[in-house]
Each structure stands twice: as C-alpha cells, then as structure tokens.
Design a protein around this ligand. Structure first.
Ligand code: F6R
Ligand code: MG
Ligand code: MG
Length: 372
C-alpha cells in the first residue's frame, strides 16, 4: 500500500507590516508554484497558510520524508516569494533563507520542517499547528499533555488501544543528540528533559511496539526543531515552529489534541526573540502579531487525509470555546508586560546570547572596574 507523506515547511520571507503578518501576494505566488507542482504530479495536494509573519507550505505526496525534490520545491517557492517580498519592500525580505543555493536538503538552511510518512487509516484526521513568535520547545508542553497526560487525554485512561502509552523522540538541540523515551514508564525522566524546553525538544512521537492498531515505526506527531540562531551563528530572527499531529482510532481524539491549548502556557520568543509570554490560540484571521509584536500565537488547521489529498482545512481555534484562553492570554500578556525589561519577562542572560544584547554589553565593557 502506498504511504502518504505530509510535509509542512515554513519560512519568514518578509513581514507585512514589520513582523506582523504575511502579505496576500506571497500566498498567491506560493500557491501558483505549488499548483504547477501538483499538475506535474510531484505533489498530491497542498495548502498555503500564514501564521503571523511565517509563510507555511503544507504539502502531501508519496515521496517520503527528506525528499530532495519536495525540499527543493519548497526552497524555490520561498525564493519566488522572496522576489515578491523584495518588490513590495516587505520587511526582512528573505530573512529565513540563510543560504544562496539549494544543496539537496532544506534542513539547516533556515526554513522549519515538520514531516511524517504513514499508512493512511480508514479515516485519517490530521492537525497542522503553526506558531509565531516562539521556539520549537513551545510544543513540549502540549505534545506531552496530548500523548502522556491522563488528565488531558481521557483515552489514555479509558481506551485500551491507548493504554500502552507512546514513545517520545527527544532532541538535545544544543549537542545535536537524541534519545527515545517510553511513556508512561519513563514519564518523570522525560519531564526532567523536556521541562528544559530551550534545549530538549520533542521531535516525534510514535506508537509503542504493543499498540494494537498502529505500526511502531510510523510517527503520530512531528515537530520542526530547526534553531535558526544556531544555524546562522548569530541572531537572524526566530525559529517559529510548526507541528503535525494525527488523531483518533487508538490515538488521542481531536478534542484531546486541541485541549492543551485551552491553557495559554508561557513560551519564549516574544518581542525581539527575547521575552517570555503566553501563547494565544487564534483563528487564521487573527494570526497577526500586533501587541508588542505578539503575544505569541498558534493556529490549528484540521484535515481529513484521503488518498494523500488534504480535505480541509477547518480553522480549529476560530471557536468561542477558546475565547477564555484568549482572554487569559491577554491578561497574562499584560501582567508579563508590567515587568518591562526585567526577568522573567525578559529571557535569562544565557538565552540572550544570540540577540542584540551582547552589543550593548560590549559598549559598556571598558567602563567596568574591578572590585575587591
Ligand atoms: C521578529 C520579532 C520581532 C523583531 C522586532 C525587531 O519575528 O520577533 O519582535 O525582533 O520587531 O525587529 P528589527 O530588529 O528587524 O527591527
Ligand atoms: Mg519576521
Ligand atoms: Mg515569525
């Protein structure tokens, strides 16, 4: 049976205005290029979405993950969109394209990638989450809750198909290492790592070997973990992440996948990539980062995948059920803002290393005197 691959590849190739949103022309340009790829049979289907100032290419195909042709296609789309962004003098045109030429794989070149290949079930619900003004570790808390927290996911308690738990692939993004951990047995050690979300990030989640319905080698969730600042060696913008999560029939239900976002947890990456703030779940039309360049936002696009085609999207957070989360996020944003330049609103010093702060410190350095 032919497997389906879903690739969500994103980049900020120019903001409008400032770092607030994506200009509609960039979406049009991208759609035209992807439509041509669909006609040529490279893609089965696609959607172009926008999260804050990030252009998000959601593509389905049968070519597997890390496919050169798909990655090159995404790169070319971003190049084309950059041309348009330059023409309109959009802000920071091409900012996430850190390389001049494509060389086989888009990883490490600036864009973020969440991809997975799987055997389609009879019904295949899929959610694409896209965040702006934050970092990949912002997905740790919700992904943990979805696949390992029985207070979030009732299925872990009352569906025998979920009882075996799930397998987490965690990356140390500083040392470029990874570890596989099993939940529920290793929950405490798993939390010891992923609670440190600026360093340890959940990359993928798999069914356990004993899952009665799903093969253990096909991911059920995948998160983009590219760290722009590490790639570039200096701060060139943030690494606003994206994630794909499958749902239902032995996996968490759609509502269990969305439930963690009713709590606007604190994430890093707000204003100048240098502040902590709450993540606000919003509908597509509200995915504009206005208040203090934020607050950080997340959108959720829901699909049924049918023979590698994308049926949807449903704009899942465009729903009064998330009004309270948005209100809470607004209130917490105000509370955090009252700290102004003070930690913990501003990030701790070690996380400021790749921002513009070291330049300020350099200017002061000659004025420091020794004290005994
Ligand atoms: C970009 C971001 C923004 C910018 C800020 C300053 O995604 O988070 O908060 O860091 O607007 O941008 P520059 O230095 O480009 O004026
Ligand atoms: Mg930007
Ligand atoms: Mg962004």
């Amino acid at each position: 049976m032919v497997k389906t691959t879903v690739s969500l590849i994103k980049a900020d190739v120019g903001g409008y205005p400032g770092h607030a949103s994506v200009h509609p022309d960039l979406i049009k340009v991208s759609e035209n290029k992807l439509e041509a790829a669909k006609r040529d049979g490279v893609l089965k289907d696609f959607r172009v979405l926008a999260a804050g100032d990030d252009l998000e290419l959601l593509m389905s195909h049968n070519r597997g993950v890390d496919d050169t042709k798909i990655h090159e296609l995404a790169w070319k789309v971003f190049e084309k969109a950059t041309e348009k962004a330059k023409e309109l003098k959009l802000y920071g045109a091409g900012q996430d394209l850190l390389s001049d030429a494509f060389s086989g794989n888009i990883r490490g070149m600036g864009p973020g990638i969440a991809e997975m290949e799987f055997t389609e079930r009879k019904g295949e619900p899929l959610v694409a989450f896209m965040m702006d003004k934050t970092e990949p570790g912002a997905f740790n808390l919700p992904i943990y809750k979805i696949f390992a927290d029985p207070f979030n996911t009732a299925g872990l308690v009352i569906d025998p198909n979920c009882h075996g738990g799930f397998r987490f692939e965690v990356w140390d993004i500083l040392e470029h290492k990874r570890v596989f951990m099993e939940a529920p047995e290793e929950t405490y050690a798993l939390l010891a790592l992923i609670g440190a979300k600026s360093r340890y990030v959940i990359k993928r989640v798999f069914p356990r070997k004993n899952h009665p319905k799903l093969p253990p080698d096909e991911p059920v969730a995948s998160v983009s973990t590219e760290k722009l600042f590490q790639i570039a060696g200096e701060y060139v913008g943030k690494d606003d992440p994206a994630a794909l999560v499958r749902a239902q029939s032995g996996l968490p239900a759609l509502g269990e996948v969305l439930e963690p976002f009713s709590f606007p947890h604190l994430v890093s990456g707000w204003m100048r990539g240098s502040h902590n703030g709450p993540i606000m779940p919003v509908g597509f039309k509200d995915s504009r980062c206005t208040r203090f360049d934020g607050p950080p936002r997340v959108i959720a696009a829901g699909f049924q995948v049918a023979n590698s085609e994308l049926v949807g999207p449903v704009d899942l957070f465009d729903d009064p059920a998330y009004d309270l989360a948005r209100e809470k996020a607004s209130a917490v944003a105000g509370y955090m803002r009252r700290h102004g330049p003070f930690e913990p609103h501003r990030l701790p010093m070690e996380d400021m290393e790749y921002t513009t702060l070291p330049k300020v410190l350099k200017i002061l350095s000659s004025r420091f005197e020794k004290v005994e």
